[in-house]
Ligand binder design. Structure first.
Ligand code: PEP
Length: 251
């Protein structure tokens, strides 16, 4: 039995004042629930604040990106060990915005995945197809390619302590959610693909859905057999919405 994980992706939003209020509300509302795991992935400058406000709470935290390198002349980059200095548990890798806006290839994403894992962080590997790819029947092929790049570098063992987030690009921040059936079909495909390599690892793998999840649609999505929680963008910035989504993962 897999325990669901709901993680917020704040993207490039927040301020010390706004975070203080949001994190305090989440801390108060989500304490004492043992049936699911909750996390927030915040912009790197707010990791210290997040650590200080959430230590001792039921909410874990993480980052949205990391360097594939351990240290060195990489101006502007943040390494896995730096994230560990702030007690991060999770780091998102391969978000579609990183792939599309910052040119992160499947190989770069795989290297980041391996760097996170090697350091002891849990990578949240985002995979998903663009609208044109779905419409031309290529969704599974795209996702298989994204997974194969990670398998080539980290092996199936890499998925033993990792999360995969299926995030159809056409559903991110658009208000267009995949139907529970559409999402379930892709989640089952991902699990089946990895099960061909190692059934045990695939059956324990957490596969989150991400793409315009809201309080109103979370329960139906999370009820699907292969959907193990969500990666939540816009709605994770609104305390009441995010709390309701987290609670939908409990049932
Ligand atoms: C995301 O940024 O990972 C995401 C799923 O965004 P949203 O929930 O806003 O679609």
């Amino acid at each position: 039995m897999r325990q669901k994980i709901v993680a917020g992706n704040w993207k490039m939003h927040g301020s010390l004042v706004a975070n203080q209020q949001l994190l305090t509300q989440l801390h108060a509302a989500l304490d004492g629930y043992g049936g699911a795991t909750f996390a927030v992935c915040v912009p790197a400058p707010y990791l210290a604040q997040t650590q200080s406000l959430l230590t001792g709470s039921a909410i874990a935290w993480g980052a949205q990106n990391l360097s594939a390198h351990k240290a060195g002349a990489y101006t502007g980059e943040v390494s896995a060990s730096m994230l560990l200095d702030f007690a991060c548990r999770y780091v998102i890798v391969g978000h579609s915005e990183r792939r599309a806006l910052y040119g992160e290839t499947d190989q770069v994403v795989a290297a980041k995945f391996a760097a996170a894992r090697d350091a002891g962080l849990t990578p949240i590997l985002c995979v998903g197809e663009a609208l044109a790819e779905r419409e031309s029947g290529m969704a599974e092929q795209v996702i298989a390619r994204q997974l194969d790049a990670v398998l080539a570098v980290a092996g199936i063992a890499g998925f033993a302590r990792a999360i995969v987030a299926y995030e159809p690009v056409w559903a991110i921040g658009t208000g267009k959610t995949a139907t529970p059936e559409q999402a379930q079909a892709v989640h089952a495909f991902i699990r089946h693909k990895l099960a061909m390599v190692d059934e045990g690892i695939a059956s324990r793998l957490i596969i989150q859905y991400g793409g315009s999840v809201k309080a109103a649609n979370a329960a139906e999505l999370f009820a699907q057999p292969d959907i193990d929680g969500g990666l939540i963008g816009g709605a994770s910035l609104m305390a009441d919405e995010f709390i309701s989504i987290c609670k939908a993962a409990l049932s």
